[in-house]
Design a protein around this ligand. Structure first.
Ligand code: ADP
Ligand code: MG
Length: 240
């Protein structure tokens, strides 16, 4: 579904991503992991063209991502990040409806979709749909951010450290939620984290990065039992 062929990205002289090749299969839950500055966010943002790559090719559904209009690409890929602001003067329901409204879905369809997503994310609509972001806890805001990313039923869900700022109990609840969403929807998910426990819990496949390069690409079991280098061993051992 998404393919990187020897992709590179520089910022000035600095090589943020170096010769990266990857294949992300349909329906697969891929976790990109690595230390801070290893190129995880840059890699994720190259998928929806928030960052343009400057070497190699990136394909989505068999076509170069540059051949898609950016709006079309972003519509087909939900994107959720830790610090993305919900619109403060919009209700929860309006926030979730952002993309469907842009796509001019009929009102009844939007309303039904919002309700469905609130249920899916464990936020009963009667209680939450009319609230404003400041009337929500951090974990609830994060759930709304994920619901918004899912609203137009994208083919891929991209998430960048979506639970990073949350307390452990809330984080664990949201991890369970995402695992369930993956199971029921069968969507391709690419999640960025620096938390190895999160990666081992959620991933079908873990891609570990260090200084812009892939150091290992394998199942959680392979990462645990057949680490490709001392770097992998020490990263896995450094559980939070
Ligand atoms: P990660 O998400 O793994 O922490 P990033 O992909 O955000 O890492 O960044 C990788 C490297 O590229 C870092 O050293 C970062 O400082 C650098 N970088 C990222 N974005 C920019 C930018 N817009 N301009 C200059 N350097 C950047
Ligand atoms: Mg990052």
């Amino acid at each position: 579904m998404i393919q990187f062929e020897q992709v590179g990205k520089r910022f000035g002289d600095f090589v943020a991503v170096d010769n990266l090749s990857l294949r992300l299969a349909d329906g697969e839950f891929t976790v990109l992991i690595g230390p801070s500055g290893s190129g995880k966010s840059t890699t994720l943002k190259m998928i929806n063209r928030l960052v343009e790559h400057d070497q190699g090719r990136i394909l989505f559904a068999g076509q170069e991502i540059r051949s898609f209009r950016e709006e079309d690409l972003r519509r087909r890929m939900g994107y959720a990040i830790q610090s993305i602001g919900l619109f403060p003067h919009w209700t929860v329901a309006q926030n979730i409806a952002t993309v469907p409204a842009l796509l001019k879905w009929p009102k009844a369809r939007v309303a039904a979709r919002v309700e469905e997503l609130l249920h899916l994310l464990g936020l009963p609509p009667a209680e939450f749909s009319r609230r404003y972001p400041h009337q929500l806890s951090g974990g609830q805001q994060q759930r709304v951010g994920v619901a918004r990313a899912l609203a137009a039923d994208p083919e891929v869900l991209l998430m960048d450290e979506p639970f990073g700022a949350l307390d452990p109990v809330t984080r664990s609840a949201l991890q369970t939620e995402i695992a369930r969403i993956h199971q029921v929807s069968g969507k391709a998910i690419v999640l960025v984290t620096h938390d190895i426990d999160e990666a081992l819990l959620l991933a079908d496949r873990i891609v570990m990065l260090d200084r812009g390069r892939v150091v290992q690409d394998g199942t959680p079991r392979q990462i645990l039992l057949e680490p490709a280098s001392d770097f992998v061993t020490s990263f896995v051992g450094r559980s939070e």
